[in-house]
Design a protein around this ligand. Structure first.
Ligand code: HSE
Length: 428
């Protein structure tokens, strides 16, 4: 039986989950794939943590060189996260002829071109299913199964932390800050939640997924990014009245005029399949010109779901000799021929705090008209406050981002009309 030696760099949540799966399923893979996968080494500073997981002391490597020079190691699993030292370690392993499986979205998003060059040069595999959407097999679907299509669009809920927070805010009517604190206590959010709540994590993933989907390099720098920290329960509640659910969406579109890639909170109709993706679950809704709509749904994080993606890559690597790389020319920057759309089209939810007096609506309408914005629905909510103002909510027809920005600055500049309290994009 073919023996496959694995080394794991980092025994945190995902590394620990991967170790457990490999150990518990060793016989299963012997039977199903005729391969014997053995963890030959781990790189983990906390030796006792490794030992507690069941790793023999002599298998805890002192440094990366020990792993690179270990002839029993065929595949290295990098689950350390962050750019350094992960990047140096992965390059060292590739240069030593080891194939690499990584869950590191930031590293892969920013340096996949450099890693791919090293992998090709050394005839090694480079696998990254676990870098995007945890246990949901979206990378392989894009690399293989959906290749017959021109992918037209991709809308994803690809960050579990923010989906958990928004689901709780909506279900319990509690503020962002309160839910964040609770999520941190339960381990759903990191002590420093910036990468998740400001949309960086989703943007790294969108960069990787949209590059594969659209067959062209989509660098992180081209992704418009906005997080959920400014979202208020007030807007979630008003949105419900219009039949909307609020989600942090990662959107990629490949149209005749170019590509748009963006991560931001957005309202979607509660009948949309993504509207029922709640708590820490993730989903990616892909539209191809032949297949039409496909939705992949599941656990986007966690020890065993992400470990499942890693082990899938290990098995794939061990059972294939012709490695697949990108479906596009993988350069550091975007190709000069790729056109990106920044002034994208969307419908919008706009909440104004408006003076409750005659003529205000006419003035607001005149600003919208001047900016080329057509109103689809409008509603005046609640009672006039002590400041003489009342919430006015507009849902626009599809318009352009710059039209809305212009309208917002004109309304905010007017002394006596209204102030813009919230602007949220709406998926039609
Ligand atoms: N922190 C991520 C999330 C999981 O909340 O979805 C790893 O990318």
């Amino acid at each position: 039986m073919k023996k496959v030696g694995v080394a794991i760099l980092g025994l945190g949540v995902v590394g620990g989950g991967t170790y457990k799966i490999l150990k518990e399923h060793r016989e299963l893979y012997q039977k199903s794939h005729k391969i014997d996968i053995v963890v030959e080494a781990v790189l983990e500073r906390d030796i006792e943590k490794a030992v507690a997981l069941g790793v023999e002391r002599e298998k805890v490597a002192a440094n990366i060189q020990e792993i690179c020079s270990n002839p029993d190691v065929d595949i290295v699993v990098e689950v350390m996260g962050g750019v350094e030292p992960a990047k140096t370690f992965v390059l060292d392993c590739l240069h030593a002829g080891k194939s690499v499986v990584t869950s590191n979205k930031e590293l892969f998003c920013k340096y996949n071109h450099e890693l791919e060059v090293a992998a090709k040069k050394n005839h090694c595999g480079l696998f990254y299913e676990a870098s995007c959407v945890g246990g949901v097999p979206v990378i392989r679907a894009l690399l293989d199964n959906l290749q017959g299509n021109k992918i037209l669009s991709m809308i994803g809920i690809i960050n579990g932390t923010t989906n958990y927070i928004l689901t709780k805010m909506s279900a319990e009517g509690v503020s962002y800050q309160e839910v964040l604190k609770e999520a941190q206590k339960l381990g759903y959010a990191e002590a420093n939640p910036t990468a998740d709540v400001e949309g960086y994590d989703a943007a790294y993933k969108l960069s990787i997924l949209s590059s594969l989907a659209f067959h062209t390099k989509i660098p992180f720098s081209k992704i418009y990014r906005e997080g959920i920290t400014e979202i208020s329960v007030t807007d979630i509640e008003y949105g419900k009245k219009f039949g909307y659910v609020l989600k942090l969406l990662a959107t990629g579109k490949n149209g005749d005029n170019g590509i748009e890639v963006r991560v931001h909170p957005a309202f979607i109709k509660n009948s949309h399949p993504l509207a029922s993706v709640n708590d820490s679950y993730n989903a990616v809704y892909i539209t191809g010109d032949c297949v039409e709509d496909v939705m992949l749904y599941g656990r986007g994080a966690g020890a065993l779901p992400t470990g499942s993606a890693i082990v899938g890559d290990i098995i794939y690597c061990a059972t294939h000799s012709n490695y697949q790389y990108s479906t596009f020319k993988n350069t550091a920057e975007a190709s000069p021929s790729t056109k990106f759309i920044e002034n994208f089209e969307s419908a919008y939810y706009i909440r104004l705090n408006a003076a409750d007096k005659p003529g205000v609506l006419a003035k607001v309408s005149s600003v919208f008209s001047k900016c080329g914005i057509s109103v689809a629905q409008m509603s005046q909510e609640g009672q006039t406050g002590e400041d003489g103002c009342v919430p006015l909510i507009f849902i626009t027809h599809t318009t352009r981002e710059n039209n809305v920005k212009k309208a917002v600055s004109l309304i905010d500049a007017s002394e006596d009309i209204a102030k813009v309290a919230a602007v949220i994009r709406v998926v039609e």
